[in-house]
Ligand binder design. Sequence first.
Ligand SMILES: CC(C)(COP(=O)(O)OP(=O)(O)OC[C@H]1O[C@@H](n2cnc3c(N)ncnc32)[C@H](O)[C@@H]1O)[C@@H](O)C(=O)NCCC(=O)NCCS
Ligand SMILES: Nc1ncnc2c1ncn2[C@@H]1O[C@H](COP(=O)(O)OP(=O)(O)OP(=O)(O)O)[C@@H](O)[C@H]1O
Length: 202
Amino acid sequence: MLTIGLTGGIASGKSTVARRLAERGATVVDADAIARALQEPGEPGLEGIVAEFGPGVLTPEGRLDRPALGALVFADPAARARLNAVIHPLVRAEAERLAAAAGEDAVLVEDIPLLVETGRHDRFDLVLVVQAPEEERVRRMVEDRGMTAGDARARIAAQATDAERAAVATAVLVNDGTPQRLRERVDAWWDAEVAPRRRTPA
Ligand SMILES: CC(C)(COP(=O)(O)OP(=O)(O)OC[C@H]1O[C@@H](n2cnc3c(N)ncnc32)[C@H](O)[C@@H]1O)[C@@H](O)C(=O)NCCC(=O)NCCS
Ligand SMILES: Nc1ncnc2c1ncn2[C@@H]1O[C@H](COP(=O)(O)OP(=O)(O)OP(=O)(O)O)[C@@H](O)[C@H]1O
């Protein structure tokens, strides 16, 4: 198995890269998607969050009130650390389960927004970092996700910097053009770094 840790700041283009890697044949494990699944009613992530933060972070229907919890944790590093302590061990266990199921011949990509922050980059054969201009990322969060510019910047401030991520990267993909251009950069990287390491069929 070849293991690839994929990361980048919020709204940098990680999911776009992950989709292209899947099209090229990778098995993708998405930490954000795992976290969301664990936050469904009855799941251990949501139970842990309610135990830590109280029922005020639930909607009247008993679901996680994501904007409410987001407002809390992106304004307060201590609250964020408490959330991370609840969620990250659960996400890691599920990611390990999915990785183990991928099979020996797999090219396994784990899309982990906080790969560098959690110090997990050492566990991968390759670390692929996506970078996009900060103003472009803020614009996407404001225009596509309805955040205020202040909320968008608070999220960026809650994460490692591009320089910190680049310091542990085996490759950096710069997403400063069209999505098609980004896919071409993914393909060039795959052809140079991944394809030669794959076992060719007998
Ligand atoms: C606080 C929550 C409820 C806000 O939900 P919301 O729907 O607004 O955001 P969403 O989950 O789609 O996350 C969007 C992006 O925010 C960033 N982000 C999320 N959680 C964190 C965090 N704890 N620290 C820094 N950045 C984070 C990531 O770049 C992520 O891709 C949610 O982000 C959450 O539960 N976070 C804890 C889980 C986590 O750490 N996920 C990231 C990696 S596993
Ligand atoms: N080069 C680009 N040009 C225009 N739009 C883009 C480009 N790259 C990505 N996008 C758009 O920007 C948004 C963020 O991209 P994507 O979801 O791939 O980022 P992400 O890093 O996975 O984000 P998050 O950290 O929030 O999960 C998406 O709506 C995507 O379609």
